[in-house]
Design a protein around this ligand. Structure first.
Ligand code: NDP
Length: 459
């Protein structure tokens, strides 16, 4: 394994502490011999010891053992620099450049990431330099394209890792095995047999003090533009000849290019909502607009839904609904594939014939197959039986899985540049319709379920 230096730009920030360092910690618990060391850079005026203390805290909170903590802390270094200044960053890259692989992780606000990239254009970078870019990648299709062009002036795309940790979720990886290694499912995976698909990530979490980020993003950009469209591409892509970065990402990009809003109309194909005050369990949640840091003028949604069609031979005519919401009383995090009715139900079997469904849980990782069976009291009356199993519990959290690929220099679990642009193409149309007032904001009380007319897949 190549010696890898992970240079975290924005090493004193929230993402580094809450997700990145715990992710590295869990990876090293699984692979204690992985040759990786952490170098921090941030404008926070910290000494190497201060940074070591923060590393220790974040890794320990993330559940890392003392062996892993000691190893990472003892090999860590810290640079208190302005990363947007070539005169600061250049010498650091030069100093670290000789060692194995050098991964620059941009754990920075998006505008700072862009300024840092501009500062890097023209620097002579070694061939071992990789860039890991956090979401959001751009803020619309045009800016994502611009950022892609900028990044291409620094390193080739096969060394750019656009992070979407949903691609490292074990249940999302399981979708590939289910689809491509089961003859039974392979045979029915098309509009011929599938009536609709729902991909939902409905959370009970509310804003949790993240207004600074969330009030600018909203549910559509935070969840659908990135994570759920990525999951959709795995559910609907053509079977690749092999699971390699090229084949997999070609297949995903092809379906994203074919994706249209239902009926081509963002006003009828989308919904938006915002939570009002309520209670979730014993937790009382304030009105979103009254949360600290929220600006009502931004008119941010906390629940978003879009219905799309993948307009190709396999999927034309199948509505695919993507939804995510916060502060909900009923959490549904799943992919629901609803099968079409049988062409002919023999006379004598008495209905109603319940819909057959495959449900893949995104959290918890479970799978359910809802099949129609004979009734318990009347053998000719139809009922539904559910086959349920826990999917494997991954050893690594999704962030750890994605980080493992990045540290190995593999882009297979990263979003390719063209795919990032395609996801924005879809989101941009919806956001424009929302800005024009074509889609009213629905209020929902915190702790309530998704309004019944929002999720047609489950009736
Ligand atoms: P933070 O603002 O918490 O952290 C960014 C860090 O970078 C801060 O320590 C900041 O210092 C530092 N910084 C800013 N400008 C410079 C500069 N010119 N030179 C050196 N250091 C600088 O942001 P987050 O950690 O929350 O987010 C980072 C990225 O990760 C964003 O792109 C975000 O969208 C993404 N992300 C974050 C998630 C999260 O849960 N936090 C989840 C998913 C993605 P200072 O504090 O002084 O400004």
């Amino acid at each position: 394994m190549t010696d890898t230096t992970l240079l975290i730009l924005g090493a004193s920030g929230d993402l580094t502490r809450r997700l990145l360092l715990p992710g590295i910690g869990s990876l090293l618990e699984r692979e204690p011999d992985r040759p990786v060391r952490i170098v921090g850079a941030d404008r926070a005026d910290l000494s190497a010891e201060d940074f070591g203390g923060r590393l220790t805290e974040a890794l320990t909170e993330g559940g890392a053992s003392s062996e892993v903590v000691d190893r990472l802390r003892d090999s860590a270094t810290y640079y208190p620099i302005d990363v947007t200044e070539a005169a600061d960053l250049g010498p650091v890259l030069e100093e670290l450049g000789d060692t194995g692989r050098l991964v620059l992780y941009f754990a920075l606000p998006p505008a700072v990431t862009e300024r840092t990239c501009r500062a890097m254009v023209g620097m002579e970078l070694a061939e071992n330099v990789h860039l890991a870019m956090e979401k959001p990648f751009g803020h619309d299709q045009a800016s994502a394209r611009e950022l892609n062009r900028l990044v291409a002036r620094i390193v080739p795309d096969e060394r750019v890792h656009r992070v979407d940790h949903f691609l490292g979720k074990s249940s999302v990886l399981d979708i590939m095995a289910l689809r491509f290694a089961n003859r039974m499912l392979q045979a029915v995976w098309s509009a011929e047999h599938i009536e609709s698909i729902e991909i939902a990530y409905d959370e009970s979490l509310a804003l949790e003090g993240r207004a600074g980020y969330y009030d600018h993003a909203g549910a559509l950009v935070d969840m659908i533009q990135s994570h759920l469209l990525q999951v959709m591409s795995v559910v609907t892509m053509e079977p690749p000849a092999e699971i390699s970065d090229r084949e997999l990402r070609d297949a995903k990009s092809a379906v994203l290019r074919a994706t249209r809003l239902w009926d081509g109309d963002p006003a009828t194909a989308s919904r938006r909502g915002r939570y009002t005050a309520g209670t979730i369990g014993d937790r009382s949640v304030p009105d979103y607009l009254a949360e600290k840091g929220v600006d009502p003028a931004r008119d941010t949604e906390t629940m978003a839904q879009i219905t799309v069609e993948v307009a190709n031979q396999r999927w034309a005519g199948v509505p695919i609904t993507l939804r995510s919401g916060k502060a909900l009383g009923q959490t549904r995090k799943h992919v629901v594939v609803t099968f079409a009715d049988v062409r002919h139900l023999p006379a004598g079997l008495t209905g109603p014939d319940p819909k057959d469904r495959l449900i893949i849980g995104l959290s918890p990782d479970v799978m359910e197959l809802h099949l129609t069976t004979n009734g318990t009291s009347d053998p000719l009356a139809l009922e539904q039986s559910v086959l349920r199993t826990d999917l494997r519990q991954a050893e690594l959290e999704a962030y750890g899985e994605v980080l493992a690929a990045i540290l190995d220099g593999e882009v297979i679990l990263s979003v390719r540049g063209d795919a990032a642009e395609e996801c924005w193409r879809i989101a941009d149309q919806v956001l424009a319709a929302w800005r024009s007032g074509a889609v009213p904001m629905t209020d929902y009380q915190a702790g309530s379920p998704v309004p019944a007319d929002w999720h047609p897949a489950l009736g």
